[in-house]
Design a protein around this ligand. Sequence first.
Ligand code: NAD
Length: 314
Amino acid sequence: MLRILIADGMEEVAVKKLKDMNFDVVEKHYEKEELINQVKNFDVLVVRSATKVTRDIIDAAAETNKLKLIIRGGVGLDNIDVEYAKVRGISVRNTPNASSTSVAELVLGHIFSMARYLHNANITMRKGQWNKKIYKGIEIEGKTLGIIGFGRIGRETARKAKALGMNIVFYDIVGPKMEFREYKYCNLDQLLAISDFVSIHVPYDKGERAIIGKEEIKKMKDGAYLINCARGGVVDEDALLEALDSGKLAGAAVDVFVKEPAGNNPLCDHDKVSLTPHIGASTKEAQRRIGEEIVEIILNFFEGSELNSYVESI
Ligand code: NAD
């Protein structure tokens, strides 16, 4: 029987669907040492971002040659050593389409929060303060939003922000494309120089330096805002902190951190930062779509193999 380990949780309707197909589904988060012992007993490993699928886990899985497929429920594959899995004959898939709307909506939430001090007002009013004069915000209509990385989430953010009257400019490593001609393409320096808000939507490559560091922040407009709903490592957190303290940046929004949970990261204690605990894809709709995609990936992957006999037999 096909054995599936769901290590970081999965939407319950999709789990039920897998169980109804008579797969042996185990929903359990194992710490690293235990995962090393357990992983060899499964054909499929489903993770989100909490489980790090490192070389030693892949080596342990390869001992029995049973594990065939690792699925990341979500987009970023930075918690999985994809290349090494390939070397050991294990396929890796993700669910790239499921969360774009949710992440884009979170970005807009942060933009509104920074523009109108919502994150601060929520805290200070609970402490009995009435800071009406302090919270003099800005309108976002007419402001320029610079999007770095014009993939699924970047484009969805652009579409929604445009509908709110923002001017959109974008930069992507692959260059401009005819199909996005309704938005202005810039190189990175131009984008940084003209944007009131800069939002980053690129994958994180562990080997690379942060896309936004000290030098890039220097090139940004004074009083601009930076949003990171991509991955912790794409922004240099020390440089960001310095820019907030010096007043170079008016604010930042951070959903993702170099180290998560973020614990005592000084960004979490900064009143110019609108914070969320890596919840870009944490909506009912995104989780439902992720669950559906995972079921589909499993069915397609094992189609024609032993899976068929299970499906036919139910
Ligand atoms: P995508 O692959 O569709 O798009 C990424 C885009 O970035 C591509 O167009 C690519 O060409 C471009 N790019 C890559 N490197 C670049 C660079 N150095 N400079 C400029 N452009 C570059 O990915 P997506 O679905 O849009 O996801 C983007 C990011 O969002 C990923 O890092 C993903 O991990 C993150 N994400 C976060 C959450 C969350 O919970 N906060 C949820 C989903 C995805």
